[in-house]
Design a protein around this ligand. Structure first.
Ligand SMILES: [Zn+2]
Length: 402
């Protein structure tokens, strides 16, 4: 795909929500008779929900879990160190006095700030923690396989954050899992009037990972390599009585306000994030810009569009301003693409060609414009752990610290 400065007709080709900036190419999207998307409808519902009632319901669920837990942990909190997980820990530990086991599936692509945020949260909330990190060789092979199979670099992460907390729930016999944001908040897959209460073992596979581990087997990836990505069996899930809730279905969720709060109270840090104009979503991962760029190439929108949608809904900018801003950011080639190409041994041309095969039908004959990025990335385009390893390996005496 050529680097092009011409603006194409993505805007005129696609139907967009009449209220925000989300196009019809978003997966799972639906519009009402007025052309308004489900997420905009949910943001209206949010204002009319009796949150005091919902909070009572939450207290009931947490009290019951505590009573059942005995000496075991009350619940599992899957955390990445991102803003939602830190807010979850605040609510559960400091507001409701729960004793959670914090569980992290590491994508092995941590940014330095992301790593700080995770370690700082564990210290602030003084919680026990388990982390699983797949080996880097496998992560690299899966990143290459993932691009062709699901059209982004992140199958191992989508799959792992679904599977690992469930494995821990079953192994440690801790039935309650607590996530953060409601599914209604930014997707059409649920609404605040009809939240997802029932536990769905395959939710992450259906929504983000798309493929079962066995489908990822290749000449370079064995079924044994993929064992850690399998979710427990239905029998195991039932035996442990696993169920899950999203805090955002019980307490009013406002990400800007929550981010402000955890920054002030707990020293949580934002950072520069590629493909985004806010510094708080996916701050833990250096590759989020590549993920969002592939979405843009396939579906004509990226992370900046989703952020503009929220700002438009909140009255902070007009729909037109949102669309213009989003377009200028979504189309920038992320610096971390260099790292992706290095670990996958793909050429840039092969990258674009693979994505082209997976383009949404509505955009199939359109040239999606790509622009060079207009600034560097101060986090660096290498995972933090690789940066540390390089730094110490390159010193003559490993005890020397510069
Ligand atoms: Zn909308």
């Amino acid at each position: 795909m050529k680097i092009s400065s011409s603006s194409t007709n993505i805007l005129s080709r696609l139907q967009y929500c009449a209220r925000c900036c989300v196009p019809e190419t978003q997966e799972g999207i639906s519009f009402d008779a007025y052309g308004v998307c489900q997420a905009c409808q949910s943001s209206e519902q949010k204002m009319h929900i009796n949150w005091a009632e919902r909070e009572k319901e939450l207290r009931g669920i947490l009290d019951a879990a505590k009573e059942k837990a005995g000496n075991n942990y009350d619940c599992i909190v899957p955390i990445s160190g991102g803003k939602d997980s830190v807010f979850q820990l605040h609510v559960l530990v400091n507001v409701y006095g729960m004793k959670p086991l914090a569980v992290t599936f590491s994508h092995n692509w941590y940014s330095e700030v992301g790593w700080y945020n995770l370690q700082n949260a564990l210290q602030e909330f003084d919680v026990d923690h388990i982390m699983f990190t797949p080996n880097r060789g496998l992560v690299n092979r899966l990143a290459e396989r993932s691009l062709g199979m699901i059209g982004d670099a992140c199958w191992h992460c989508h799959s792992g954050i679904g599977a690992f907390p469930l494995q821990i729930a079953v192994k440690f016999n801790i039935p309650l899992l607590i996530w953060g944001e409601s599914i209604a908040e930014s997707s059409g897959r649920a609404s605040y009037k009809d939240p997802v209460h029932k536990f769905d073992r395959d939710y992450f596979t259906k929504v983000s990972a798309k493929r079962q581990p066995k489908e990822m087997v290749s000449s370079l990836i064995s079924e044994r390599d993929l064992h850690p990505f399998n979710v427990p069996s239905i029998e195991e899930i039932e035996r442990a009585g696993v169920y899950g809730i999203h805090l955002g279905d019980y307490i009013f969720w406002g990400e800007e306000r929550q981010t402000e709060f955890i920054r002030q109270e707990y020293g949580w840090k934002e950072t520069e994030i590629e493909g985004a104009y806010k510094g708080y979503k996916s701050a833990e991962c250096i590759m989020s810009g590549v993920h969002d760029f592939t979405c843009y190439l396939k579906r004509g929108y990226g992370r900046a569009t989703m952020q503009a949608c929220v700002d438009v809904r909140n009255g902070l900018m007009t729909r037109e301003e949102g669309l213009t801003l989003a377009r200028s950011i979504d189309s920038q080639r992320p610096g971390a693409l260099d790292y992706f190409l290095k670990i996958t041994n793909l050429s840039e041309a092969a990258f674009y060609e693979t994505i082209k095969q997976l383009k949404h039908l509505k955009l199939i004959d359109i040239d999606i414009p790509v622009h060079p990025k207009n600034q560097g990335n101060h986090q660096g385009n290498l995972p933090f752990f690789e940066q540390i390893i390089a730094k110490y390996r390159n010193q003559k005496d490993p005890r020397e610290i510069d």
